[in-house]
Design a protein around this ligand. Structure first.
Ligand code: FE
Ligand code: FE
Ligand code: ZN
Length: 297
């Protein structure tokens, strides 16, 4: 069965319950959220009553909570060893892991980071060091390193770099990977030959490490190192290639998360995109339909 959802919001007043409701409104059976705004560090205490209500709702509606993931905020950067920034990233990530634990979330997606002014090798070392400080035996959360587009000085835009980080992590079962189709494309990987890519992934890292797939089309050509997401079927990857990723038997039990852009920056496209994915038929009028359905009131 296809496990599909999108990135949803998590707000102060409704928390996990609100996130689950939003996911259900899109026809999702999984979801991903940030425990606050992705770009800042303002975080409110987790309310257990809302978590409990959310669990009841999810059980009733058939969302397997063990597949729901959290995304760490972008400001965490373990690849920059600059003392002050590094300590901040470490302590924030530690708090984020605690929040995941109290929510009962067992997978946290993390961008490996940008090495900024040090060498890539030093950046990678710094990421490994940070992960080894945090990934303790009793931690109930696994960190999923996201494959990046290779924008600026980003670490983790090749499978070899991800492998290098995983190799350096002592507690191997606490580390996994989140593949992002837009990022892979922009990093130079050809997903139209999906079996060849999966074979390479398996040989380099191991397919069992994949804990999440971000399914996004890309606004840019393969190898552009840009990282600009496009709606499903409207970018350079195209509907057929993304459909292959979504329905590949080797990725069947992995949650697929859409992080495609809001239409006109206002309207979430997820309900319509998920419907189109389930129909397995591209609708070139989709964006127009979303716009019209919103303005025809
Ligand atoms: Fe991400
Ligand atoms: Fe992503
Ligand atoms: Zn991205």
């Amino acid at each position: 069965m296809l496990i599909i959802g999108s990135h949803v919001s998590f707000n102060k007043n409704n928390q996990l319950f609100g996130s689950a409701l939003e996911a259900l409104s899109y026809g999702s059976n999984t979801f991903m959220f940030y425990t606050g705004a992705p770009q800042n560090t303002i975080r409110y205490p987790i309310r257990d009553d809302l978590t409990k209500e959310a669990l009841v709702l999810m059980k009733e509606k058939g969302i397997d909570f063990s597949k729901v993931v959290v995304h760490a905020p972008y400001i965490i950067n373990l690849a920059n060893p600059d003392k002050e920034k590094y300590d901040f990233s470490l302590s924030f990530l530690k708090e984020e892991l605690k929040r995941c634990t109290s929510l009962g979330i067992n997978k946290l997606v993390l961008h490996p980071g940008s090495h900024v002014h040090v060498s890539k090798e030093e950046g990678i070392k710094s990421v490994i060091q940070g992960l080894n400080l945090l990934l303790k035996d009793d931690l109930p959360v696994q960190i999923l390193l996201e494959t990046m587009a290779g924008k600026g000085t980003e670490v983790g835009s090749t499978l070899e770099e991800i492998k290098e980080i995983i190799d350096g992590v002592q507690n191997k079962e606490k580390i996994g990977v989140c593949i992002d189709t837009c990022h892979l494309n922009d990093a130079g990987y050809d997903l139209s030959h999906l079996d060849a890519f999966l074979k390479k992934f398996d040989e380099t890292i191991g397919l069992s490490k994949i804990g999440c797939v971000h399914v996004n089309d890309s606004k840019n050509v393969r190898g552009s190192h840009k990282d600009r997401h496009e709606n499903i079927g409207f970018g350079t990857l195209g509907f057929d290639t993304l459909l292959k990723v979504l329905y590949h038997p080797l990725l069947e039990n992995v949650p697929k998360i859409l992080e495609t852009p809001y239409v006109d920056r206002l309207y979430p496209p997820y309900k319509e995109e998920i419907r189109m994915i389930r129909n397995k038929k591209f609708d070139e009028q989709l964006i127009e339909k979303i716009k019209n359905s919103q303005t025809n009131f």
